[in-house]
Design a protein around this ligand. Structure first.
Ligand code: UD1
Length: 431
């Protein structure tokens, strides 16, 4: 593997000097982390070389490519292009050492099982935003004929012995799960016969995976809906694929524009993925102009208006934007509520924001926010990936200097964040 992606230097802190200056300029969105991870896992299913474009330069991408290499793939990373040769994959065990680094590693379970008829994958770790079980992934694989046991922290999965292949079946998820849906889609594309998957996640990242699989020969109907019908094929080819833009990174920059009363154009967007967020941001008083592949946002000097939000599966408000939007509400002229319905422990940023002067009370899954006039810089700690994004944009407008530690979370999901924010006029550095 030629790893030319360099994650940010492994120094631990970001120092951000807050400012009253608006962020201004053009920023280019990177490819979507949550799309590229399942797409990388899906290369396990391919019988030839896959070239991916618009791959974000992130630690999570390195973790998954390391995992693919540990299975026997060859991976070459050249900036935002990643070339994967899956033909040499012969190891069916995804080790704890790599899986513990990132919860999304569970995405290799479906494809390894589909290709080899057996798989051993460590149970994942990842962001501490709730218990995050994988029961739906396992239940879905069982519906496709897999026998599953849990031994010493590993999932052991076997396809029916006679064929060593999964078989088409009916999968009905009890709740909407993004990586669960992706795992079962990948398992079903090489199964014998037809699979019907109901109550699927409809997140754009799921659709991006499906488009990649279809491009390489999978037969999938119902794309973008909650019911997918998949007819198994003998093999998938390789080829080239362009990963979709990161709607959460884009959303984070849009929130930063509102907070700083800025004027930002974000390029390399697919604005139709952002409809709910854009509607909510318009209610804060921001002017947003949407083109085919860009979003232009301007927030004048009038106060930010408070906006209630409630997270739910796509197309509703994304849980991955909840923490960042809470900062907008924390500095709004009035009160608002933020309701989190996806994860039970996703308000860990509230305490850190409170240390910066925000007035937020948590009751169960609801945060009640009384807008304050200003935040003040403080020493704060990242608790998970999107909480890190929230602290960064809070620091941009806080009075004084903010030091953020544990920023390895940030590096898992925000490509070149210091360079991008500096180019817009922020004072941010890594020490
Ligand atoms: C994905 C995203 C993550 C995002 C989340 C929700 C990736 C790599 N990560 O995570 O950024 O915050 O979707 O949009 O795409 N659940 C179960 N059992 C399961 C699976 C899920 O109970 O087997 C529960 C979870 O605990 C959670 C809810 O279902 O409460 C949704 O989780 P899920 O959509 O699976 O999140 P991830 O796919 O892990």
């Amino acid at each position: 593997m030629t790893a030319t992606i360099q994650p940010h230097e492994s120094t631990p802190k970001l120092i951000i000097k807050g400012s009253k200056h608006p962020l201004k300029g053009i920023v280019r969105a990177s490819g979507a982390k949550n799309a590229v991870l399942p797409i990388l896992a899906a290369t396990i299913l391919c019988s030839d070389i896959v070239t991916l474009h618009n791959v974000p330069q992130l630690q999570d991408v390195i973790t998954l490519t390391d995992l693919l290499c540990s299975l026997g793939a060859k991976v070459e990373i050249n900036g935002e292009t990643v070339i994967i040769d899956p033909r040499g994959i012969d190891n069916i065990r995804a080790s704890h050492e790599l899986v513990k680094l990132m919860r999304a590693s569970i995405l290799v379970l479906g494809p390894i099982l589909a290709r080899f008829g057996k798989a051993e994958v460590s149970l994942p770790g990842g962001c501490a935003i709730g218990s995050r079980p994988v029961d739906q992934h396992l239940k879905g694989l069982e519906a496709l004929g897999a026998s599953i046991s849990l031994e010493n922290g590993y999932v052991h999965a076997y396809a029916p012995q006679a064929t060593a292949k999964l078989k088409g079946g009916l999968v009905m998820f009890d709740m909407v799960t993004v990586t669960g849906t992706e795992n079962i889609i990948m398992a079903a594309v090489l199964a014998c016969g037809v699979s019907v998957i109901e109550n699927c996640a409809r997140e754009p990242e799921v659709t991006d995976l499906v488009k990649m699989l279809v491009k390489f020969g999978a037969k999938i109907e119902g794309i973008g809906t909650e019911k997918l019908t998949i007819t198994g094929v003998q093999k998938l080819s390789g080829g080239e694929y362009q990963v979709m833009p990161d709607r959460i990174e884009i959303g984070t920059y849009l929130c930063a524009a509102v907070l700083t009363h800025g004027d930002i154009t974000i390029e390399n967007c697919e604005p139709e993925h952002q409809e709910m967020l854009i509607n909510k941001l318009r209610k804060t008083g921001a002017l947003i102009n949407v083109g085919k592949d860009f979003i232009h946002i301007v927030k004048d000097s009038s106060p930010i208006l408070p906006v209630n939000i409630k997270t739910a599966p796509y197309p509703a408000f994304p849980t991955d934007m909840q923490a960042q939007f809470m900062v907008v509400n924390a500095l709004a002229n009035g009160s608002s509520t933020v309701v989190e319905t996806i994860f039970e422990n996703r308000f860990m940023h509230v305490e850190e924001l409170a240390r910066m002067g925000a007035n937020i009370r948590v009751e169960g899954n609801t945060s009640i926010i009384a807008g304050v006039k200003s935040l003040s810089g403080a020493e704060v700690s990242s608790t998970d990936l999107r909480a890190s994004g929230c602290l960064v944009i809070a620091a941009l407008v806080a009075e004084g200097t903010t030091t953020i530690d544990n920023i390895y979370h940030l590096d898992r999901g925000y490509a070149k964040i210091e360079a991008k924010l500096s180019a817009l006029g922020a004072d941010i550095k890594r020490v």
